[in-house]
Design a protein around this ligand. Sequence first.
Ligand code: NIG
Ligand code: FE
Length: 429
Amino acid sequence: MDQILRRDGIMPSADLVIHSADIMVTMKGHSDSPACKEGMSEIGLIENGAVAVRDGKIVAVGSTEEVLADGWVGPYTVQINAQGKVVTPGFVDPHTHVIYAGSRENELSLKLKGVPYLEILRQGGGIHSTVRSTRLASDAEVKSQTRNRLKTMLSMGTTTAEVKSGYGLTLEEELRMLRLIKELDHEQDLDLVPTFMGAHAVPSGYTEEEFTDYVVEGMLPQVAFKGLAEFCDVFCEPGVFSVQSSERILKKARELNLKLKIHADELESAGGAELGAKMGVTSADHLLQASDQGISALAEQGVIAVLLPATSFNLAKNSYARARTMIEKGVPVAVATDSNPGSSPTESIPFVLTLACLYLRLTPEEAITAATINAAYAVGRAHQVGSLEIGKQGDILVLNVPNLNYLPYHFGNNPVDVVVKNGKIVWRV
Ligand code: NIG
Ligand code: FE
């Protein structure tokens, strides 16, 4: 078992101990780099497992006999008996657009008539429609609607989430969204990782080049100066931001010491993955149409592929990213909800796990890796979250499933029994 020293009585007992888990997934063994190839199946299983948390951090992980014998349970320790259940690290959702106001169910009928996603955008709907409703909403309204979605995410096991701006599209509105992300990070339980995505769509009145100039010269320096974002992302897609425009934006962001992400090859294969590899992005996301060369380039550079099967599902084109090819070639794969009001109106990582198995053809083990440690790497938080290891945050799930296969198998409901964040129970059935 792994634990910090306590037998001699130096350490007081734990604040919380989860014990008797039929199966405990620790994700141990990926502390140097994201899991890839066969490594994605190595999930550090412990049978009859237990984990102890003190002052928000994990202090012991092992079998129930070991952890209980070492006296981590004291008179004030909260205990959770996870018999018949599965315990995992909290899910990390590494790609969301969860901060916005309004919704777009009106686009469903257009979609059912076959109007393409980018056509709805060109007609001033899509992202532009959410930009309008978000700009009209007060800070309090945007926060309250976003807080509700974050609550849903938490109840479904997400304990850390990346959140992108991108429904502002002016300097002032983008800074407002980033400021609200920061406030929400402090005001509720999930940890939020902020990403600046001013290059989400080209607003009317601008050419792509003019708006790219604005993002590069008018927005990015201010965003970096105010320290409101860790990552910069761009919607690199023909008809939105070309490879050339995306490269200008990512280069400027890199100069300003932001880490990089890219929405690449979602609807067309146009060199997005190749650009991501060239720019050394942390993650390239979507990748439905990524070319063989693009996938090889991602593998060579160790770029994480963040795959978004709920978006593929919701675009209803029966087209999913080539996850098996990516894994075979050595690309570390993560999964995310892409939670947004247009292409993926969901908050559910459990649903994403089902889709990841059925349509990305991941095994349940690979899917869990993709939603925990690899997702943590994709948001630059692998030293804090994504696995149950000594010193990491006590972000832990008790899942009401009898075994690992059951998790993706039984879909459409919430398998989460208890959510522990920093050692505290923050949600429970
Ligand atoms: O990742 N592709 C661009 N952005 C989002 C969609 C945002 C929206 O439709 O509101 C995505 O799918
Ligand atoms: Fe997205």
